[in-house]
Design a protein around this ligand. Structure first.
Ligand SMILES: O=c1ccn([C@H]2C[C@H](O)[C@@H](COP(=O)(O)OP(=O)(O)OP(=O)(O)O)O2)c(=O)[nH]1
Ligand SMILES: [Mg+2]
Length: 147
């Protein structure tokens, strides 16, 4: 299947993000920082990547945490999933937070998160007074499976 093409500028010395396996949804993205950054417990930091992308209209990129960093070090993306709009032309940055009890150091070139590129259509609203009934109705927030 032909893949959509996304233009990218890489102002870092790191390789371009790549799919690590044939069926990967995400591509790891790396820190583009001049020196190591240590996150203390509950500290957050906006980490640069040196990447700038031009998404086709109708696409978005999501910045998502890496599960390995999360389970091993308590490092996640505070705004997960981060949204990269199709018309954003700034540098892709990652809001990392340390949810562990130990300091954790991010080094230049470390894989800090992953991006998933997918279709995201815009819609128009049609304002009405009623919306169609369903079996679920207004049930939510854990209402299924109860007697
Ligand atoms: O993890 C992220 C999230 C966002 N962005 C960039 C791309 C996105 O298009 C822009 C705005 O993000 P968002 O809409 O989430 O933030 P906002 O607080 O609503 O800012 P704005 O008013 O600029 O939309 O910031 C990133 O680089 N990394
Ligand atoms: Mg916004």
């Amino acid at each position: 299947m032909k893949k959509p093409v996304v233009q990218i500028i890489n102002r870092s010395p790191n390789p371009l993000p790549q799919y690590a396996t044939a069926g990967a949804a995400g591509m790891d993205i790396r820190a583009h920082i001049p020196a190591p950054v240590t996150l203390q417990p509950l500290e957050r930091s906006l980490v640069a990547t040196g990447l700038y992308i031009q998404l086709p209209d109708g696409y978005e990129a999501q910045v998502r945490p890496r599960s390995g960093l999360a389970i091993n070090h308590g490092i996640t993306c505070l705004n997960s999933p981060g949204t990269i709009d199709a018309d954003y032309r700034g540098e892709i940055k990652v809001i990392l937070i340390n949810l562990s009890n130990e300091p954790h150091t991010i080094r230049p070139g470390d894989r800090i998160a992953q991006i998933v590129i997918q279709k995201a259509e815009q819609v128009e609203w049609m304002e009405v007074n009623e919306i169609m009934e369903t079996a679920r109705g207004a049930g939510g927030f854990g209402h299924t499976g109860k007697e």
